[in-house]
Design a protein around this ligand. Structure first.
Ligand code: GLU
Length: 504
């Protein structure tokens, strides 16, 4: 029987979660749900130097906002806890020791200065220094220093690291669920540091130990970790553990040109690359977030799902549940996926149209109240229904609908030419027609006004444009008779009279 599906998102809390990280979390979530498995979040905070306060909370809040919260994490179903690596610190030493004992790792005492010096010498000779099989027998480590001396140094508190002893001359033929077979020559690998004398494991050791102890079945992560794959697979071999299956997701590329979409690109190019707004605790600099920019979580999810994955059909709009149903790692592309900010907005427009008018109206009412406008919720809901088709974000509602709430204070200059000398008389006649309408519904107003125009042989353009200009202040807006019905007879006539005065 195959192992139950358990996948993880393992961010390091070094700052806000980049959209690439969110996509990794999403694909893990989809894979877990599709396969009836578990999606857990492990906080990889072993690198104390890069720890940023608030980042962990930010990551959790982002996933919750997007609706892809993990099943297990810090403070939630801690079946395999703790879920923060800093709280698992006591676990790792024994595993590092185990590798020393089995000959898969060794102590290295080389000082940072010494390694720097060697680096410089190699650089001067056009070479890159790597601590590996070719020079480890000549450096200051437990392969060259005898065991008694090693023990003496360690008990005297000497600084050391534990390095992995990479096997020599082997071609590793590994499988990636997205890339297929990938080969690595172990001679090209360096002997990575696994553990430091400050008692902290490095990412590589902690990651493998935890993936094993937390029973991870599949590792789905960004392509930037592909170079670590051979080391990770060798570590599983060294421990005698069965390795999980691996899938490395394609990079997310800049909208134009080449290269990875960076944390800095977003605000530079005018779109967010973070789910939530982030204020850097050190620099105080603020980076914009999808939530605050008015994106709907469903739109962000849908957009991200299609960054590097395709359903194989023309369908573009998917709810999270639909994505769970159709998601398949085999349809993830190998090539990088270009980030398209316009498409991003298109998705928001689509979901904005589907959003519940009453819900949108509730938020919009708050905005109106701040402007001193207090209208019944049904009225605001109807306004939202009438204008939303032109909106991509809730923040656009006011500009699209202000005339429902207040008379225009100015008239669009270009459009003003529609108010001709003969318009005044026609508008005056129109106010009489409107005055006499009893059933002031959009349909009835439209029928009555159109009948009056036909009977008097008045052309459409002579009435409709100056009328719109009088009510809206420009030639924009939804169906004119809907506006008239909404603002009511009295206000309509007042606005027409005001325009007549203005254009006299
Ligand atoms: N902590 C690593 C990161 O920040 C996790 C990489 C992995 O998923 O193995 O991306």
């Amino acid at each position: 029987m195959s192992k139950p599906v358990r996948v993880r998102f393992a961010p390091s809390p070094t700052g806000p979660l980049h959209i690439g990280g969110v996509r990794t979390a999403l694909f893990n979530y989809l894979f877990a749900k599709k396969n009836g498995g578990t999606f857990y979040l492990r906080v990889e905070d072993t690198d104390q130097n890069r720890f940023v306060p608030g980042a962990e909370k930010y990551i959790m809040e982002s996933l919750e906002w997007l609706g892809i919260a993990p099943d297990e994490t810090v403070g939630k179903n801690e079946k395999f806890g703790p879920y923060r690596q800093s709280e698992r610190k006591h676990l790792y030493k024994e595993y590092a020791d185990q590798l020393i004992k089995s000959g898969w790792a060794y102590y290295a005492f080389d000082s940072a200065e010494k390694l720097d010096e060697l680096r410089k010498i190699d650089e001067a000779n056009g070479k890159t220094f790597i601590y590996n099989h070719s020079n480890r027998e000549h450096l200051d480590n437990s392969l060259t220093v005898d065991a008694v001396e090693v023990a003496k140094r360690i008990s005297a508190g000497a600084d050391y690291v534990i390095r992995f002893k990479t096997p020599v001359g082997e071609i590793l033929e590994l499988n990636d669920m997205i890339r297929g077979d990938v080969k690595f020559d172990t001679n090209l690998l360096d002997d990575k540091v696994l553990f430091k004398s400050d008692g902290m494991p490095t990412y590589h050791l902690a990651n493998i130990v935890d993936d094993h102890l937390m029973e991870t079945s599949h590792v789905i992560r960004g392509e930037e970790w592909l170079p670590s794959l051979p080391l990770h697979v060798l570590l599983y071999r060294a421990f005698g553990w069965e390795a999980p299956k691996f899938a490395h997701l394609p990079l997310i590329l800049k909208p134009v040109g080449n290269g990875k979409l960076s944390k800095r690109d977003g605000d530079k190019l005018g779109f967010p690359v973070f789910p939530l707004e982030w204020k850097d605790p050190v620099s105080g600099e603020t980076s914009s977030g999808y939530r605050e920019k008015g994106f709907l979580p469903e739109a962000v999810i849908n957009f991200l799902a299609l960054l590097g994955w395709s359903s194989g059909t023309d369908q573009e709009l998917f709810t999270l549940d639909e994505l769970v149903n159709v998601f398949d790692l085999s349809r993830v592309n190998k090539a990088g996926a270009k980030f398209d900010p316009e498409k991003n907005k298109w998705f928001n427009h689509q979901y904005f149209q589907r959003a519940d008018n009453a819900v949108l109206a509730k938020d919009f009412s708050h905005e109106l109240l701040q402007k001193g406008i207090n209208k019944p919720i049904d009225f605001v809901t109807e306004v939202v229904r009438l204008v939303k088709e032109r909106a991509t974000f809730a923040s656009e509602l006011w500009d699209l609908s202000a005339f429902f709430f207040e008379a225009p204070i100015a008239y669009d200059e270009k459009a003003s030419k529609n108010f001709k000398p003969e318009t005044e008389d026609l508008m005056q006649q129109l106010t009489v027609v409107l005055e006499n309408i009893l059933d002031f519904s959009s349909e009835n107003i439209e029928n009555t006004v159109k009948c009056w125009m036909t009977e008097n042989e008045i052309g459409m353009g002579k009435i409709m444009q100056p009328l719109r200009l009088s009510l809206v202040g420009s030639l924009k807006g939804p169906h004119l008779f809907d506006i008239i019905a909404m603002i009511g007879k009295e206000e309509t006539i007042t606005r027409i009279n005001k325009a007549i005065e203005n254009f006299k």
